[in-house]
Design a protein around this ligand. Structure first.
Ligand SMILES: NC(=O)c1ccc[n+]([C@@H]2O[C@H](COP(=O)([O-])OP(=O)(O)OC[C@H]3O[C@@H](n4cnc5c(N)ncnc54)[C@H](OP(=O)(O)O)[C@@H]3O)[C@@H](O)[C@H]2O)c1
Length: 454
């Protein structure tokens, strides 16, 4: 039997070579290229069109690999483990945050698992929450070396109790990403993903390799790159999920805050295609322009003197009684409820001392503003404020419902659900203080992408 494989020579990036070798199994194997290095003293077999195997460590290659090659050419066999660098965040009892890179062994995939080489993973607001916790980034200082950077920052002592559950425990970060399946377990589904570009979810994506259940992978259409597929779960499914909630709870129009975000831009396009009126709340004139350029009809700027007036007018026109608030803090949720109440009362027939009977709902689904949520109740008794998270919604929708949303994301990943990134950095690059100062702001158009394979 002849197996064609790719080989990565690490620490010797000076060219490729080709060889045909008689293995211990008596079979012939051809090794004919190598790839980018990613770690010390490692060789690896990489996916190769027509190859029946995926990766081997240097030791296995030298001492047992050839027998392994033929065994692994079977569609039902596993490969052997990968060594993977991973970014971890630890908050310690001494009130410091430590960000560092560690090396993890990724064990063989089980029958329904695959190993994905992660090539793109966004630094989303929810990732930053886990990455930095309540640390004061103004105190961030660099330690370690260029290849092995460490960042230390102080955590205000009064905030330590808010992260009691993670004290002393290294946290692997990165909710989602995009990459290539380089090894697969024996099941038909796992094997069907081999060599494919996939969007993935499941945490710890700031890693070179991730072992994942096939259900955590979304096979992307031919030609889509890992970068294009890096954000195909969290924001797209949330935008779609908002419309699911809107319909399930009987609303007809929507309000969205921090609306110039990546998610907000998706929502503008999605609501247009679904015919759902959307009121976008932004906090700068430039953000209003950005959304209008995308075709948004209702954009209100909270920095304008006429904000309340503009909001009531937009709510009157759209009849929106549901809002998704990404800021969470301050008075914005309350201001929206109050404006909804005014818009509904303007249409009401007669006066009720209990206020409008139309239910008005704000879901806080993000925490961009860490200050307390302030409710100034001036909106009758038919209102609600609650938390909203994607995962429970997907559970409620069930496997079929979730699959319906995923299929739509895959088919519109370069249009409705495209994301924008300012810069791509390596794992080490993500720990550079100047990079942290930019992506840590969570500002419009400043999202970074980590490429752990760099
Ligand atoms: N609950 C869930 O399941 C779920 C799922 C996905 C996403 N989310 C949330 O969705 C939101 C958007 O995510 P994304 O990845 O699309 O964000 P993004 O592209 O990084 O954009 C962040 C946006 O938030 C704005 N912003 C930051 N701090 C703000 C503040 N204090 N007040 C008002 N606006 C502020 C920024 O505007 P400036 O330029 O003005 O700072 C920017 O437009 C996040 O809050 C995220 O946590 C929640």
């Amino acid at each position: 039997m002849r197996a064609t494989v790719g080989v990565a020579v690490v620490g010797n990036p000076s060219g490729g070579w080709s060889d045909t070798h008689e293995g211990a199994c008596g079979n012939e194997h051809r090794i004919d290229r190598f790839e980018q290095p990613w770690g010390p003293s490692k060789w690896a077999l990489i996916p190769w069109p027509g190859a029946g195997l995926n990766l081997a460590s240097f030791a296995e290659m030298r001492y047992g690999c050839w027998r392994g090659l033929s065994r692994r050419s079977s569609a039902t066999d596993n490969t052997m483990g990968y060594t993977s660098r991973q970014l971890q965040s630890t908050i310690n009892e001494d009130a410091t945050l430590k960000l560092a890179l560690t090396t993890e062994e990724v064990s063989d995939p089980g029958p329904d698992e695959v190993i994905v080489r992660i090539e793109a993973s966004p630094l989303n607001p929810s990732d930053l929450g886990l990455l930095f916790g309540p640390a004061d980034l103004g105190t961030a200082r660099a330690e370690g070396s260029a290849d092995d950077p460490v960042v230390i920052a102080d955590v205000p002592k009064g905030l330590l109790s808010s992260v009691a559950g993670r004290l002393g425990k290294p946290m692997a970060v990165g909710n989602e990403g995009g990459g290539v399946v380089v090894a697969a377990g024996g099941s038909e589904l796992a094997q069907s993903l081999l060599g494919k570009t996939v969007g993935v979810i499941g945490g710890a994506m700031y890693s070179q390799y991730r072992k994942l259940h096939v259900g955590s992978c979304l096979a992307l259409p031919e030609g889509i790159t890992p970068r294009q597929g890096a954000s195909c779960f969290v924001n797209p499914l949330t935008a779609l999920g908002m419309l699911e909630t809107l319909r399930a709870e009987g609303h007809s129009a929507l309000v969205h805050t921090a609306a110039a975000s990546n998610l907000g831009q998706m929502l503008v396009k999605l609501c247009q295609s679904e015919g759902v009126p959307l009121v976008n709340v932004v906090r700068r004139p430039a953000q209003a322009e950005l959304l209008r350029a995308l075709g948004a009809s209702h954009v209100v700027d909270s920095s304008a003197d006429s904000f309340r007036q503009d909001l009531v007018a937009a709510l009157g026109e759209t009849d929106a009684t549901l809002a998704f608030d990404a800021t969470g803090g301050g008075e914005l949720a309350s201001q929206i409820l109050s404006a909804m109440e005014a818009a509904q009362n303007a249409k009401a027939q007669g006066y009720s001392r209990y206020g409008s009977s139309v239910h008005k709902q704000v879901y806080i689904y993000g925490g961009l503003d860490r200050s307390p949520t302030v409710l100034k109740r001036s909106y009758g008794m038919a209102w609600g404020v609650g938390g909203w998270l994607l995962t429970p919604l997907l559970q409620k929708l069930g496997a079929e419902g979730a699959e319906r949303l995923r299929a739509r994301v895959a088919s519109e990943i370069t249009t409705t659900f495209s994301s924008h990134y300012t810069k791509e950095v390596s794992l080490a690059g993500a720990l550079a203080l100047d990079a942290i100062a930019v992506y840590g702001k969570q500002a419009t158009g400043e999202k970074y992408l980590i490429n752990p394979s760099l």
